[in-house]
Design a binder for this molecule. Sequence first.
Ligand code: NAD
Length: 316
Amino acid sequence: MELRELGKTGLKLSNVGFGASPLGNVFGTVSEEQAIGSVRLAFQSGINFFDTSPYYGGTLSEKVLGKALKALGAPRNEYIVATKCGRYKEGFDFSAERVTRSIEESLERLQLDYVDILQCHDIEFGSLDQIVNETIPALQKLKEAGKTRFIGITGLPLGIFTYVLDRVPPGTLDVVLSYCHYSINDSSLQDLIPYLKAKGVGIISASPLAMGLLTEAGPPQWHPASPELKSACQAAATHCKEKGKNISKLAMQYSLLNKEIASVLVGIRSVEQVEQNVAAARELATSGIDEEALSEIEAILKPVKNQSWPSGIQRS
Ligand code: NAD
């Protein structure tokens, strides 16, 4: 598995990252046995980066991931764990007091002494000025205390990243995690990459399958895309299937192509999905992407290209 540098952290992340939100049953039920088997196979296949949050499944994802990592019996420095703070089943709370308590709770559930990355989760739902003036300084203290090695922010609208990065001293933030903005239907993160590089932050891109839009099975009920976007993606998936190709493989490979992105976090719920996503990465490295299928899919998705959906507090 290819390893890529994460900004200035010195961390080398596998280009395929294990998104553990499915372990919180957010895309359907996943047994503990299945979860443990998936994490084990992922690690054995060279995936060293695991992402979770107290929000996923109301703490379930962290608990199951913790158990699965422990079952690996591997030295702690051989895997990289990211979790988040500020978003919970009960709602959002980005106060210094809550996020400071949050990491202790996460560490207990994960059965770890420290995490590698702690991120403010979906900051567009909070006050960005509170994130700058209160939450990030609290995370810096947690970093100094050794609870986390690096800190970052996550969310959907790309403007949140520039808002925060323009208001904190250089070097304050180590990482940004963007999602649903670097896949075949929406690659708007691309334009922000030079800015993020100039700010010295590492880039993680999540949801290469657009949270299920770019799969044969289609997205879950709760998916926030417009009916127009959903049906365009469904048409793209059907087109691929008719040609004997798999849209998810193509989508995963498309996201992996950009080497400025340290890791592409894909949500994994089974051993089969580990195998499929690892195979997609290996095939990309040896044979490249199927350009013909990609341009056909891009043509189908052109009318909805870069279409997103509202997320968080609507700001003027
Ligand atoms: P995704 O685009 O990775 O899609 C996940 C869905 O696709 C799941 O239903 C999964 O079972 C399925 N899938 C995975 N591999 C497949 C394959 N090869 N073929 C067919 N289906 C496949 O979306 P996601 O899970 O939302 O994102 C990935 C991860 O990124 C999350 O688990 C989470 O860790 C992280 N993430 C973070 C944020 C945030 O911080 N705000 C937001 C979104 C995602």
